[in-house]
Design a protein around this ligand. Structure first.
Ligand SMILES: *Cc1c(COP(=O)(O)O)cnc(C)c1O
Length: 381
């Protein structure tokens, strides 16, 4: 069983993907070819954003958004410590300081009620993360931003396609930044990402920054990066978009089925999904005690798992210096318990049943000494 089954997806889409890639090879416009513009139009339409600017990765999308907002040295950006490193990494790389606000225990998303306490005269932006595929309390976050004149960048690397109060993730704030890393809900076959905004001048700035700050050929108006999406990756994404709605439906069904099946299993909690939004389950994540033993038992049963993320950023050597007044105790607690299960649009019911069954067995064994011993033997191996 695969943790994320990308081969089944390629098998289903092979004729379309191959034909799209072949078209690029035939016309030869490998950089900013016609597929890039076609994709940007399709993605803008899909999200309901006025502008889409494709870029080289989700990481680059975050950096370009911060550069487009003209972040200055020492400017503060309030974010969650319960995320992939790229979120805080790009704030630092852009010259800013990440300021951490703790998460909600049930959703693991940033707790909007804890943001305002972190606002200072240096605060420039809020960067919430739509973790595991679910948008955080964006209305409340936007309201805090409006009160203090801040920009909001949604790190939507895990939530492309998610719906929040009838609107799409990526189109909910100043900027939405997503990733097309292969294992994300909409993935290409390499690195890729996109920025979304309704603001004409920010979109223009992002387009210029993506090509070394050029406003015209060899006119470098501002500092930029080499941050374009390859035409071949745009071609792959256009082919994958054709069945993306179906994939979103499948993800929702598989997520609901996990909810139902796991409701009958003791010792496991699910990440809550709020009633006014959905999750696209970039990860299907549960919480267990004695995680190492449970993971080892699942591995022995042939069920792959992963941890997103074992250490919140305020505990990481590179970011510990940014630990602030919010002690982020909820992040510490949940980081020790979260565990992601296999999830993809092509996960079969039979495999899903195996996951749940193996988890139920592992949880029964996790408390008892012999099982724990067997599990630690697997870890040592
Ligand atoms: C994957 C991810 C990124 C980075 O995206 P890349 O395309 O891999 O650069 C940033 N933030 C979060 C929350 C992610 O999950």
């Amino acid at each position: 069983m695969q943790f994320i089954d990308l081969k089944a997806q390629y098998a289903a889409l092979k004729p379309r993907i191959d034909a799209r890639i072949q078209q690029v090879l035939d016309h030869g416009q490998y950089i900013l070819g016609p597929e890039v513009k076609e994709l940007e139009q399709a993605l803008a339409r899909f999200t309901g954003s006025r502008h889409c600017v494709t870029v080289a990765s989700g990481t680059e999308a975050l950096l370009i958004a911060l550069m487009a907002l003209d972040l200055k040295a020492g400017d503060e950006v309030i974010t969650t410590p319960f995320t992939f490193a790229a979120t805080a990494e790009m704030i630092v790389l852009a010259g800013g300081r990440p300021v951490f606000a703790d998460i909600e225990g049930d959703t693991c998303n940033i707790d909007a009620a804890r943001i305002e306490a972190q606002v200072t005269p240096r605060t420039r932006a809020i960067m919430p993360v739509s973790l595991y595929g679910q948008v955080p309390d964006m209305d409340e976050i936007n309201a805090v931003a409006a009160r203090h004149g801040l920009a909001v960048i949604e790190d939507a690397a895990q939530s492309f396609g998610a719906v929040y109060k009838g609107r799409r993730s990526c189109a909910l704030s100043t900027f939405g930044a997503t990733s097309f890393f292969p294992s994300k809900p909409l993935g290409c076959y390499g690195d890729g990402g996109a920025l979304f905004t309704d603001d004409d001048s920010l979109a223009q700035a992002a387009r210029e920054i993506r090509v070394h700050g050029q406003s015209a050929r060899y006119t470098h108006t501002r500092l930029g990066v080499g941050g374009r999406l390859d035409t071949i990756q745009a071609a792959v994404l256009l082919a994958k978009l054709e069945r993306f709605e179906w994939e979103l439906e499948r993800r929702a069904e598989i997520g609901e089925r996990y909810e139902r099946l796991l409701a009958g299993v003791g010792g496991v909690q699910r990440v809550a999904v709020r009633a006014d939004r959905n999750s696209v389950y970039a990860q299907y994540t549960v919480k267990v005690d004695d995680r190492a033993a449970v993971q080892a038992a699942l591995q022995a049963a042939g069920v792959p798992t992963a941890v997103h993320y074992p250490k919140p950023l305020h505990r990481q050597p590179a970011y510990a210096q940014y630990a602030g007044t919010d002690l982020c105790a909820v992040s510490d607690r949940e980081a020790a318990r979260v565990m992601s299960l296999p999830m993809s649009a092509d996960l079969s019911e039979a495999d899903q049943d195996r996951v749940v069954q193996a988890l139920a067995v592992a949880l029964k064994g996790a408390g008892s000494a012999p099982a724990a011993k067997a599990a630690s033997a697997v870890v040592a191996h």
